[in-house]
Ligand binder design. Sequence first.
Ligand code: GLY
Length: 399
Amino acid sequence: MKKIILSTICGLLLASNCGLIIAQPKIVKENVAFADKQLTYSLEQVKAATTDKLNNPRTIKDGKLSMAPSWEWTSGFYPGILWYMYEYTNNPKWLQEARHFTKLTESQQFVTNTHDMGFKMYCGYGNGYRLTGDTAYQRVLIQSANTLITRYNPTVGLIRSWDFNKDRWQYPVIIDNMMNLELLFWATKATGDSTYYHIAYNHAKKTIENHFRADNSSFHVVDYDTISGQSRLKQTWQGYADGSAWARGQGWGLYGYTLCYRATGDKSFLEQAKKIEKYIFSHPNMPKDLVPYWDFNDPDIPNTPRDASAAAIYASALYELSTYVSKTEAKDYLKKADKIIESLSSPAYRSPLNENFGFLLLHSTGAKPFKSEVDEPLVYADYYFLEALLRKNSFAAKR
Ligand code: GLY
């Protein structure tokens, strides 16, 4: 009898990187079992489509799997997905694949022409280092952080996002850039050099000053004057209009300020994350299933595409944010995150098994104004969906 009780208790408890937690919720278990099969199928599809230059999956275009080169901002997500599968399952198969796809992005550590270093390197190498402690991964990450800070201008007090459109913008900074700060906070912890931390901190502070409107929605692009350091243009690139709220951009802000609070303990970052949450979830155009339309202000709502990637980012951010707030707020955030996970796990958003080239989620929108990646799977939707499920296990179950 004792043995039965003991094994039942052991069955209910799982050891994880975050400590001892309650057994995986059913929805997590079911999604992981699905992902295990769907990503096995994905690997076959991806390997068949890989060429010298195109080595990671991004979306589906014209009915075909669309692969991307490692210089694209999305190249870290597939390695990251494979690391999450390894974390969930402990299966050496996923470890081997994660190592393989991570290595394919190695050259990117030296590329100075982009701010997307966090997306490209931290999702793959960052998760790889966290899960294996491999010092070779640590070296790549430190180099990546050194490369990223070459894009910081102390007069402006921000990291420059983009180098194109030079006739229009002097020093464009996009809300997405908040996501790349995690790499810098990590680098200070890894090296003891506070330079990275200060750059990330300054960037986050100045973004609060200039990127947000009175209602706490954010602009996509803010352009700065390189001599005065003042903002000079507030525009969009992927949203409906300069004054609209692009759904994924609101997610980058929510997730970005949550991670900034984790890294610094600065209350203004926590307050900003909470304000963004309020904007997103009290918006009259937010659908009941909590998967937003691609832009909150598209006049064609409800006859316009959703963005499942934005929903996945919101859910992942909310699971973490719920750990920093009062019990009442946490309950509310967890309810919303759980609702998103429930919606994304349903046939309305999740791909049938062995279809859609192995992507997990359907109905994301990349860049609607350019008619690009509209209502398609996107690799980063899958990445943040898996991350949200992992966080549901660890953060939520600890409460
Ligand atoms: N960082 C680019 C995007 O969110 O589409």
